[in-house]
Every structure is written in C-alpha cells, then in structure tokens.
Design a protein around this ligand. Structure first.
Ligand code: SF4
Length: 408
C-alpha cells in the first residue's frame, strides 16, 4: 500500500478548487495517446488481482517494461486493438478506481495532473494545464495564481525531491533564486515579456554555475547582483526602447507550429489538430503566408487582449509552468529559459490565430490554446525540449535578438 500523507503545501490559489470532473471532461487524460506507466508495486498488485471484472483486463493490458530505468516505469498499460482510450475506462470512469479505490491507482494515475515537489523543506504542488479543468481554473482570473498554503494529499512515492542531496545553504540559495524568478514573473509593474527579458539575464549568469553545482558564494553574488539591478531599474530605459520584431516572431512561429513534428503530433491529438487547423485557416499554412499575415494580426490581438482585460492569461500560464518546474534550477538555466520562451511564443501564436479566425479574442480560446499545446508537451516529453534546442541553436537567447522576439 502506498503511503499517503495529508499535509500543508504551497500552491497557486486555483489548486484549492481543483478536482477531476471525470465524465464531464472535454479532453480526458485516460487515453492511449501517451504512455501510461505503472510503478513496480502497482504492476505487481494488478497482476496478482483476483477481481472478477478487472482480472481479464489486467491479463491483456499490462506489459512489463524491460528497459525500465527505475521502479517508476516498471510496466505500462498497452492499448487494445481499435481503442484509443485506456482499457480500464468504463463509461467515462476508471474501473480500477471504482472497484479498488484511489489507493490502488498507479502513481501516474493517482497524481495526474498534479506535480508535487519537495524543495528545501517546502512541499509545493501545481497542476499541468494539459488538464482542461486545471487550465480553466488557472486561467480564469489573475488571482488564480496567488500563492496560498493549503492542505492536500501527497503520495510519498510520487513526490519529486529537488536538490535533495545538496547542502542546506545551497538548497536555501537555489530556493531564493526560484522565488526571485516567480516574483519577477508576477511583478505588476513589468509586462510578461519584460519579466522574461530580465530573467534571461539571470539565467545567462547562472548557467556556468550550474555546471559547477552552484558554488554557494558565487551563486549568492549572482543573485545579489541581479536583485540590485532589478531594484535600481538600471535596465528600464533599455527595455522601454525595445521594438517588437514581428517578422522574426512569424519566422519562429512557422518553425514551431508549421513543422513536420508539430503536424505529426497534431495527428494524435484531435483538440490540438483543431486548434492548428483554425490557426492555419486564419494565418496561413506555410511560413511564407504566415510571414505576410502575422504582423497585423499580432498587433490587432494585442489591442483586443488589452481591451478585454485578458493580459493576465499568458502570465498565469508562464507562472504556472515556472512554479511547477522549479524554474530555472532544475536543469541548465538557459535551456529552461529557452523552453519557457518557446512555449510562450507558440501559445501566444496559437491565441493570435484563434482570435483572427473567430474575429475577436476570447478567454475560452486562450484556455483552449494553452491546454491543447500543453497536452502535446505532456504526451511527448521531448517536444518542448526540441523546440527549445532549435531556439538555442539559432542564437535567439542573445539579448539583442531575444527581447524583440518577446515583445509584442
Ligand atoms: S484531464 Fe483532468 S479533468 Fe479531465 S479526466 Fe483527466 S484529471 Fe480529470
């Protein structure tokens, strides 16, 4: 039996209201479009089950993963011929949950869409916005991303330690780095693009230190210099002078959304395919067409979003990603920044396309763009990494090129 604890966690406010809506869900997660992994305990429990309704399904639908890197992906659920849903699904409900209870679910099924991290003694929890209900709540108002402390249930085996082996001083410092990034992304006096432009500077300074396992003294110096720079407003006039490079944005968007990889993934995700089809019908289905139509559409969208008071939506999206992924300290900071910017550019582009196709901006379309894009990223863990690698290879992290790409 998995150990579960009820405890207080740091989380965005929308998490307090989140619960799975099961059969009401417009894009449920129990689908074979992604690999549903089973941890070792769950796999063995299912194999030994004598439940009359489940045992025949377990017989055919469980497969041992011989190349498993750890007990977490010991086995997996395999699709049944002609079926796109998980074979455990029955009328929109999970048969394992119904007959054996939540405790019998694998870590993957028990936790989705939540991610729980344990960092410097603090438990934090957020949801991936690939879940439509999480996306609806997280993008419903600016307040949805206020930080709160709230009780929740955590499975110990599914809680991800962050820098658990580091000395306390290093953990403390990296937590300060993470919290500084969240503060910058939430700062009302900064536009989202400005916040990301400033964080690019921090990530650039942190990247060589990550390779040295973040020596405490040097890392503290970088953080202090960054904080001083923020407080002094030394870059305000440089940021104010930046002009958007709409042509470069269109080229990047074409590489991101109109490439073979995206189209291939769209084939496996009907919602994303619909979004991409609407995007293409409005902005073109070739990079050349996109280059012609994007600049005016982008400026129209910017004005519509401001009029509708929806500027917070993409900020909430990026904040949620940064919080959930412990940005930028889990991995190489410059890569993390490239991934964040790539996701923002892609989702913003989809939002522009949907608004153009509909004739106006709408919250529902923005939620749809975020959720469908995140679903593709969730089901293919290499997708956003490849976009980010393309971004980095093109040298787009250099400030003179990055800032005009970010600004709209
Ligand atoms: S995607 Fe979210 S709301 Fe939909 S079935 Fe899964 S957890 Fe529930």
């Amino acid at each position: 039996m998995k150990r579960e604890i009820r405890t207080t966690m740091l989380m965005p406010a929308y998490m307090q209201a989140f619960h799975c809506i099961g059969p009401e869900c417009a894009d449920h997660c129990c689908t074979m479009a992604w690999k549903i992994t089973l941890d070792r305990d769950t796999f063995q429990t299912y194999r030994a089950s004598q439940d009359s309704a489940l045992q025949p399904v377990f017989m055919h639908a469980l497969k041992r993963n011989r190349k498993a890197a750890s007990d977490a992906d010991y086995g997996q659920i395999v699709p049944q011929p002609g079926a796109s849903d998980c074979p455990m699904m029955d009328g929109g409900l999970c048969k394992v949950h119904a007959r054996l209870g939540a405790a019998a679910l694998s870590d993957t099924c028990f936790t989705y869409p939540r991610t729980t991290t344990h960092f410097n003694g603090v438990l934090s929890q957020a949801a991936t916005l690939s879940c439509p209900e999480a996306a609806r709540l997280a993008l419903s108002s600016a307040d949805a991303m206020q930080w709160v402390e709230h009780d929740g249930v955590v499975r110990e085996s599914a809680c991800l330690p962050v820098y658990g082996q580091s000395v306390p001083a290093a953990q403390q410092l990296l937590q300060e780095v993470h919290h500084t990034c969240l503060r910058v992304l939430s700062a009302p006096e900064l536009d989202l693009w400005q916040a990301l432009a400033l964080l690019a500077i921090l990530c650039h300074e942190l990247t060589p230190l990550q390779a040295q396992h973040y020596p405490v003294e040097k890392t503290a110096q970088v953080l202090e210099a960054f904080t001083t720079m923020l407080e002094s407003g030394a870059l305000n006039s440089s940021l104010a002078a930046v002009q958007p490079d709409l042509d470069a944005q269109a080229i990047l968007l074409g590489h991101t959304l109109l490439n073979g990889r995206s189209l291939h993934r769209a084939g496996r995700h009907p919602r994303f395919a619909d979004v991409l089809a609407r995007f293409s019908s409005a902005l073109g289905d070739t990079p050349a067409e996109l280059g012609k139509r994007y600049p005016e559409a982008a400026l129209r969208w910017r004005a519509q979003v401001a009029d509708a008071g929806l500027e917070y939506v993409l900020r909430n999206y990026v904040l949620n990603l940064a919080f959930r992924e412990v940005f930028p300290v889990q991995g190489k900071p410059e890569d993390k920044l490239a991934a964040l910017v790539s996701a923002l550019v892609a989702v913003r582009g989809l939002c522009i396309g949907l608004a153009e196709e509909r004739g106006d901006v709408s919250l529902e379309d923005m939620q749809l763009a975020v959720q469908s894009f995140e679903r593709v990223c969730q089901h293919d863990s290499t997708f956003i990494g490849k976009l980010a690698a393309t971004f980095s290879r093109a040298g787009l992290q250099a400030m003179p090129r990055l800032w005009p790409l970010l600004r709209l």
